[in-house]
Design a protein around this ligand. Structure first.
Ligand SMILES: Cc1cc2nc3c(=O)[nH]c(=O)nc-3n(C[C@H](O)[C@H](O)[C@H](O)COP(=O)(O)OP(=O)(O)OC[C@H]3O[C@@H](n4cnc5c(N)ncnc54)[C@H](O)[C@@H]3O)c2cc1C
Length: 205
């Protein structure tokens, strides 16, 4: 069995066979963007939580399969879902689309990577009656906030610089280890969702 087949087998066991997409049509779409590319895609994985992401990454590491993470994969015109390395497996995080916490007083939310601009805009409108609102960017409402932050995206107000206003990222490293950035490393720290720097080196800026 090839390394790819072994990895596919392991991923099916971790996230369920229905979340390992090898459909020719979907893969062709994932290899296509608005300019010419040659990178190919082996499969698309749809983990549903951080633990599954971590376990999938460990398998990729074990079998030396290149991976490419996307949150919603709708970055049309800038590469869409096309990975940077050929023969990659895409890890699509769009199933992780929960808004986990809203703090209206301190004006922050905790979100998963698949949360879209449209979703957060509607959520804030419903939950805060206009006290808080989302400064969106000019792309599709169905693009993610985390994908935009990863690209150092910009909205339009003084809070426009996305990554500068992100705190406490939970990150899966290439070896599958899960880390919390900033003061997120200290679970009981009360400022972990307000102060992005924390102690020691910062990786989110
Ligand atoms: C017409 C148009 C207008 C736009 N206007 C603006 C604008 O005004 N301002 C602006 O800032 N942007 C703009 N953009 C860019 C775009 O909106 C954002 O970058 C978008 O939010 C991407 O969301 P996505 O979920 O589709 O990202 P994805 O396609 O999922 O990801 C984008 C990139 O981030 C990486 N990435 C995504 N999620 C993760 C993750 N969880 N972990 C690690 N890496 C990750 C991916 O590998 C990829 O390289 C525009 C785009 C279009 C097409």
């Amino acid at each position: 069995m090839s390394n790819t087949s072994k990895a596919i087998h392991a991923w099916r066991k971790i996230i369920g066979p229905e979340w390992v997409n090898m459909s020719k049509e979907e893969i062709h779409l994932a290899e296509t963007t608005s300019f010419f590319t040659t990178q190919t895609v082996k499969a698309i994985l749809y983990p549903k939580n951080t633990d599954e992401v971590s376990r999938c990454v460990k398998i990729a590491n074990q079998y030396l399969i290149p991976i490419y993470p996307i949150s919603c994969g709708k970055n049309w015109g800038y590469g869409s879902k096309v990975p940077v390395t050929t023969d990659s497996v895409i890890i699509d995080l769009s199933r992780m689309n929960q808004i986990l916490e809203l703090n209206e007083k301190l004006a922050y939310v905790i979100i998963e990577p698949g949360v879209t601009q449209s979703q957060l805009f509607s959520y804030l409108e419903e939950k805060t009656s206009g006290t808080l609102w989302l400064d969106t960017v000019a792309s599709s409402p169905h693009t993610s906030l985390i994908g935009n932050a990863m690209e150092r995206g910009h909205g339009t107000t003084p809070y426009c610089d996305r990554i500068s206003h992100c705190c406490h990222l939970q990150v899966v490293l290439p070896n599958g280890e899960i880390i919390d950035t900033g003061y997120g490393a200290f679970p009981n720290c009360k400022t972990k969702n307000l102060d992005s720097w924390g102690l020691g080196p910062a990786i989110s800026h």
